[in-house]
Design a protein. Structure first.
Length: 210
């Protein structure tokens, strides 16, 4: 998996290549107009060329500039949203979020299926409340797609864990059902840690670009 720094360097390189390509295209278009009068003779082609250049300029520069301006304007609220979501994933008793110490919550399986089911419901409520407050805002105003992917995965894993717990509860003598419950719960714990890690990375990127 590529690091955020590597991804940013690759994006900058692609941005530079796109800029050079657009400049070259503009030079070619102007040269054809001056040297051959092609655009005056082929009106349809001139319209297509103008549309392509407008699209490239918009997608590679104007839209990027507008998105960057919007992200910068909403940066304080984005930080608040991410920190609030981090609180929803962290074990408040053992974490110190202001100092960067994050210990994510885990689902305790020692209490048997009934205790695990209760823990899953508690986890779902905490995450659902944070998502209800901030997911729409983050999706519209921040570049946090990896986090949204982690959160979506976590929701699916919570559903799968709940099904596995109910199966283990209905078949207490089935060692396989208990093993599947433990595996499903471990997947939830891993997903929670991944989501929290992505939030910390996003916050770190914001601090470095502020």
């Amino acid at each position: 998996m590529s690091s955020p720094a590597h991804s940013q360097s690759r994006q900058r390189l692609m941005h530079i290549i796109g800029f050079i390509a657009i400049i070259a295209a503009c030079i070619v278009v102007i040269w054809l107009d001056v040297a051959t009068g092609l655009w005056q003779q082929a009106v349809i082609l001139s319209g297509i060329a103008a549309g392509v250049l407008t699209f490239l300029l918009t997608s590679l520069f104007i839209e990027r500039w507008m998105n960057a301006a919007a992200h910068k304007r909403w940066l304080p609220v984005t930080r608040l949203a991410l920190i609030d979501m981090l609180h929803a994933l962290a074990d408040e008793e053992h974490s110190h979020i202001a100092r960067g110490r994050i210990v994510t919550r885990t689902i305790d399986v020692s209490g048997g299926p009934e205790g695990v089911l209760h823990s899953i419901h508690v986890e779902r409520r905490a995450i659902s409340h944070a998502l209800a407050r901030w997911t729409g805002f983050l999706a519209a105003s921040a570049d946090v797609q990896p986090l949204m992917d982690h959160v979506a995965e976590l929701a699916l894993l919570l559903d799968a864990a709940q099904d596995a717990v109910l199966a283990a509860e209905q078949n207490p003598a089935d060692a396989g059902a208990t093993a599947r419950m433990n595996t499903a719960v471990a997947a939830v714990d891993t997903s929670i840690a991944a989501a929290a890690g992505e939030i910390q990375e996003a916050l770190s990127r914001m601090r470095s670009t502020a």
